[in-house]
Design a protein around this ligand. Structure first.
Ligand code: AMP
Ligand code: FE
Ligand code: FE
Ligand code: ZN
Length: 279
């Protein structure tokens, strides 16, 4: 069976590796296809596609948008978006500007406590990348204030923690509309990460379907087979295509391996991609 990974991050957002290196890793792992789904940017897609042509890996253009949902965040993946789409580019520019303002506010809170993080320096160090809390987490680790990225989030950067500043989110309608207008297919990412009740999940999926979402990420790092079967049934009930991916971030999330997840539990068949792209 041909295996794929439809959820990966590069250093164009908060992954550790370049788009080229991500594709070469996919090749070495024997994956038939990967989607590059950086947070709020499709700027790595063309580089990944060029490398994919060189080494014989199918690269699917992708993006992951944070959308607001009842005071928290739901992630929407978009597959097949045109990275040159003007409408997409203009909204993403706005998101990056908004992130910058949020980042400056977080840096101010940190500096009030004597922790110096220079946003301009971060932006210089990661030219063309979408800067977010993961970059702050790495700074806290580098400074010896946190033991790991996870620890930095748990103690300092998660919602409710001292240095968290909420940023502006698109609504689910806006996210789906943007992805569809850019030629893509919207998919709800990692549905269990939102810790919804059964009723909450129903409400989310009904809303998603009404906005034009056409897929549900049923296979994901850490999701065991029982969970996967439950999600596959939900996807079928709502007429959504099942998708799957690891959410690989390279060494920034070292417990996640491309293509195989946390303990080899992840296995995404190529058929998922074919069915999704027919929608
Ligand atoms: P931002 O969009 O800048 O607010 O950062 C959100 C990103 O940080 C997410 O997409 C994840 O990649 C990462 N993240 C969020 N929460 C955690 C956590 N508890 N541990 C590790 N990474 C996290
Ligand atoms: Fe991330
Ligand atoms: Fe996500
Ligand atoms: Zn992701």
């Amino acid at each position: 069976m041909k295996k794929i990974d439809l959820h990966t991050h590069t250093d164009i957002s908060d992954g550790s590796e370049t788009p080229e290196a991500a594709v070469r890793l996919a090749k070495s792992l024997g994956l038939a296809a990967i989607a590059v789904t950086d947070h709020d940017t499709a700027a790595g897609v063309k580089r990944a596609k060029a490398e994919g042509e060189k080494c014989g890996v199918e690269v699917v253009s992708g993006i992951e948008l944070g959308c607001g949902w009842h005071g928290s965040e739901v992630h929407m993946l978009g597959y097949g978006v045109d990275p040159d789409d003007r409408g997409l580019a203009s909204v993403l520019d706005r998101i990056v500007r908004d992130r910058h303002e949020r980042n400056v506010k977080m840096a101010k809170l940190l500096s009030d406590d004597g922790i110096g993080i220079d946003v301009a320096e971060l932006e210089r160090r990661h030219p063309g990348s979408v800067i977010g809390r993961p970059h702050f987490a790495l700074c806290l680790v580098e400074a010896g204030i946190a033991d790991s990225v996870k620890d930095a989030f748990n103690r300092f950067l998660d919602p409710g923690r001292k240095y968290y500043v909420r940023r502006h989110f698109l609504s689910l309608e806006e996210g789906a509309e943007l992805i569809i207008a850019a030629g893509g297919r919207p998919v709800i990412a990692h549905p269990l990460q939102y810790k919804l009740s059964d009723e909450g999940m129903t409400e989310l999926l009904e809303k998603a379907v009404s906005t034009g979402v056409c897929g549900l990420e049923c296979r994901y790092s850490g999701y065991g087979e029982e969970t996967v079967q439950r999600l596959l049934k939900l996807a079928a009930d709502y007429g959504l295509c099942p998708t799957g991916g690891s959410d690989w971030h390279g060494s920034h999330k070292p417990h996640i391996s491309m293509g195989s997840g946390e303990h080899g539990e992840l296995c995404v068949p190529y058929d998922y991609l074919e069915a999704l792209m027919k929608r």
